[in-house]
Design a protein around this ligand. Structure first.
Ligand SMILES: [Fe+2]
Ligand SMILES: [Fe+2]
Length: 282
């Protein structure tokens, strides 16, 4: 990994920053100002993310990964592969990726949610495999936002967009940009990252509610702040109830009891086999 492209010591540092922003009970006004309490690595991460996520970049990545032409792999094997992202030098502060997936899915399961919801929890961050394919951190994680229209005021570290080349394209700087009123989010290109990638991998197999959770779980400007409502249609608004429901498990299950991976594996192998083929196209 090139350090300049990857300022976060761990990919999890972005997730931890989001969690600290949306601490339960914290008022919106309290998390508006990130200038004083944000780690410089996280600030640098957003500087790069906002500088480089352009319309051209997003369209190129959608094309590159849209064909799902990487080696077929099963879900459990993908989870173990993703786990190699963990840096052993800091075992106390980082939850391995596989444990975060299981903590999320177990929290959903304990609440008696449908099985497809549990499975969505299990796979939701597998798109972070992009990092292992050599993508820079700013093209894997980060709050997502539409490209090709004006950046909403609710996007974290918004001033960094001044350095984005799209700021000089008048067509991209109007409220609707390249989209039309209430066109539906399916027509909208969001910043490229792990959400869109795992959505594309799982698209043939999971129900629409689960696919919304996967595709939009990092779209914090919309599901936490209500931004971009004018790009949504009625279906999107209904489905976003599921995205918000999912977000609580993603944010707040972390740091709980460490899952007993070998004991849980048989249940999850069954669950995976119920919905997904033994190997998936990535
Ligand atoms: Fe995620
Ligand atoms: Fe997550």
């Amino acid at each position: 990994m090139q350090p300049a492209n990857n300022p976060l010591p761990h990919l999890d540092d972005w997730d931890d920053f989001v969690k600290s922003r949306y601490q339960e009970g914290r008022a919106e006004s309290e998390y508006r100002d990130h200038s004083t309490d944000t780690h410089p690595c996280v600030t640098e991460f957003y500087r790069l993310n906002h500088r480089f996520q352009t319309v051209d970049f997003v369209l190129a990545k959608e094309k590159e990964y849209g064909s799902l032409s990487r080696s077929p792999q099963g879900v459990w094997s993908a989870m173990e592969y993703l786990n190699t992202l963990i840096d052993d030098s800091d075992p106390d502060t980082d939850v391995p990726q596989l444990e975060h997936l299981l903590q999320t899915s177990e929290a959903i399961r304990k609440d008696g949610c449908p099985r497809w919801f549990v499975l969505a929890g299990l796979v939701h961050d597998l798109g972070k495999l992009l990092c292992l394919y050599g993508e820079p951190q700013w093209a894997v994680v980060g709050d997502t936002f539409p490209v090709g229209c004006a950046w909403a005021g609710d996007i974290v570290f918004r001033p960094f967009f001044e350095a984005n080349p799209d700021s000089g394209v008048p067509e991209y700087q109007t409220r609707l940009g390249i989209y039309s009123e209430n066109c539906g989010l399916d027509q909208v290109h969001l910043a490229w990252g792990h959400d869109e990638y795992i959505y594309r991998v799982m698209r043939p197999y999971l129900p629409a509610e689960a696919l919304y959770m996967l595709r939009y779980h990092s779209f914090y400007p919309a599901h936490q702040h209500g931004a971009y409502d004018y790009l949504m249609n009625g279906d999107d608004r209904k489905m976003f109830e599921w995205v918000r429901k999912f977000s609580k498990y993603d944010l707040y299950s972390k740091g709980g009891e460490r899952p007993d991976v070998p004991a849980l594996r048989p249940y999850y192998e069954d669950l995976i086999a119920e919905f997904l083929p033994a190997e998936l196209a990535w």
